[in-house]
Design a protein around this ligand. Structure first.
Ligand code: SF4
Length: 483
């Protein structure tokens, strides 16, 4: 029996050039785990990655058909408006082969009912944590040549029974190393799954069906490293755990042991975590063991917004967290939502002041990112349900699984749209420039633009806000062409 795991085409579009990821980083191991599960079940496996493929959908289908598989399983990620081309691929497969077609991963889980409607060619969806479901499904399929109803399998017209989460993550197979990650000398690896947070914009707790964080046995982590490090040259590790550091003394000891493990292997590492799990002492020790970068999802510099999005942290904790990372010498990466849809002008100005206070607007690329990020509303998220019920979704029929939403304060919407256009020209302009652009003139320009747009939105009609944007667009272009 043979299974083909597919990464659906999702080439980057100009509209999404500067948008946050359409899947959490932890999804980067999904296909690797699916392949390993299938091989453990005695199946032949093939992996086809069409992520950046710009070929015609029919050509993609021909490549898949050539594999003559029994099951074709799409690791389908929100595809920035390329859903139609995936549907065309599925059409061809249904027409020209007898393979059973399925989808798995975060997007098919969150949007399962709508996806079954959108893609009637799909026979099934693996919803939620899929490894145990796939392991149970494949031997049965081998005997009966059909997908049977099992916990975790969504079949058209059948009641869905969720599968309980894996009790022991150390029973997972070692994932295959596949996809874009293999082009880097850094290895993505997971030491835990899930998160104890429940932020309203996040998919992690929705995917797992709860806000439980599970850690894996360190022996299994070490064994996985041993195997995967033999596969290619690796110079660093990146822990893709949504929250690498949990709460409590036991967790502190555990992450320090993971750090020591990386140190024994001579590999620097990066991690992502919440600010409420860190302090100076812990980060200093981790840095001493080789930790080089931390991603903190701080999201806002405004306590009222943090409360609204259910982040369960305060701006004071963020200040401590950012300073602790700085003191450790590690590189700091940030998740930030400048334009949360319910924000007032005062709140986005407070965000700006907060970022300045923490010296986070010193470097133009980071400035461009922080002063722009808004929230894309993806179908299946809590945000979609809420904005739909409030009739605030701005739908576009070309994009069936994503939407923008109407800001509660239209003036914030004006600033957001203007900053979106300005940073988009910044990123496309900077992409074509080689050489040193470390000077701060462009950085200052981006900051000035933000402040000027906020001021204008507060007092002027929309047309005059557009004029302010126009002035900065010209200045930005001049600054970039002077490089
Ligand atoms: S802390 Fe991060 S991973 Fe956890 S729920 Fe919030 S956004 Fe998601």
């Amino acid at each position: 029996m043979k299974i083909v795991i597919i990464e659906n085409p999702r080439p980057l579009t100009r509209e999404h050039y500067n948008d946050v990821a359409n899947a959490p980083l932890s999804a980067s191991l999904n296909s690797g785990y699916a392949l390993a599960v299938a091989r453990r079940a005695g199946w032949k496996t093939v992996y086809l990655d069409f992520t950046a493929d710009v070929r015609d959908a029919v050509d993609i289908a021909v490549t898949i058909l050539a594999e003559d598989a029994d099951i074709v399983l799409f690791h389908w990620v929100y595809s920035w408006g390329h859903e139609e081309s995936v549907r065309t691929v599925l059409d061809r497969l249904r027409r020209d082969c007898a393979a059973t077609l399925g989808a798995f991963g975060l997007f098919p889980t969150l949007s399962c009912d709508r996806l079954l409607q959108f893609a009637p060619q799909l026979h099934f969806i693996l919803a939620g944590e899929f490894e145990e479901t796939l392991a149970e499904l494949l031997p049965i399929f081998g005997k009966r040549h059909t997908i049977v109803a099992l916990p975790g399998v969504l079949l058209r017209g059948e009641a869905f029974v969720p599968r309980p989460l894996m009790a022991d993550l150390s029973l997972l197979p070692v994932p295959d190393d596949v996809g874009a990650n293999c082009g880097f000398a850094s290895l993505n690896i997971a030491a835990s799954r899930g998160c104890y947070g429940e932020c309203s914009f996040c998919f992690i707790h929705r995917y797992y069906g709860c806000n439980r964080r599970r850690t894996r046995d360190l022996g299994s982590l070490e064994r996985e490293l041993e195997i995967r490090l033999k596969r290619r040259t690796i110079e660093s590790l990146y822990f893709i755990d949504p929250t690498f550091i949990g709460l409590g003394e036991h967790e502190r000891k555990r992450v320090l042991e993971v750090g020591l493990m990386a140190q024994r292997l001579g590999l620097p590492f990066g991690l992502e975590t919440r600010v409420d799990g860190i302090d100076r002492e812990l980060l200093a020790t981790l840095a001493g063991n080789g930790a080089t970068s931390v991603f903190l999802g701080i999201e806002s510099g405004c306590d009222s917004v943090l409360q609204r999005i259910g982040k369960r942290i305060s701006t004071e904790q963020i200040r401590h967290g950012v300073r602790a990372v700085r003191a450790s010498g590690m590189e700091l990466h940030l998740g930030f939502i400048m334009f949360e849809p319910d924000s007032t002008l005062a709140e986005i100005e407070e965000n700006y002041t907060f970022l300045e206070e923490l010296d986070l607007l010193e470097e133009q690329e980071l400035t461009a990112n922080l002063l722009y990020h808004n929230q894309i509303v993806l179908h299946g998220s809590a945000a979609w349900e809420r904005f739909e019920s409030e009739e605030r979704l701005l739908l576009d029929e070309r994009l069936p699984f994503e939407a923008r939403c109407r800001f509660r304060d239209e003036r914030v919407g004006l600033v957001c749209a203007a900053m979106g256009r300005l940073t988009s020209s910044y990123f496309s302009g900077i992409g074509s420039i080689r050489g040193d652009f470390s000077g701060n003139a462009t950085n200052d320009l981006l900051k000035d633009a933000f402040r000027a747009l906020c001021r204008a939105a507060r007092t002027l009609p929309p047309q005059q806000v557009a004029d302010v944007e126009g002035e900065y667009a010209v200045l930005l272009l001049e600054a970039l062409s002077a490089k």
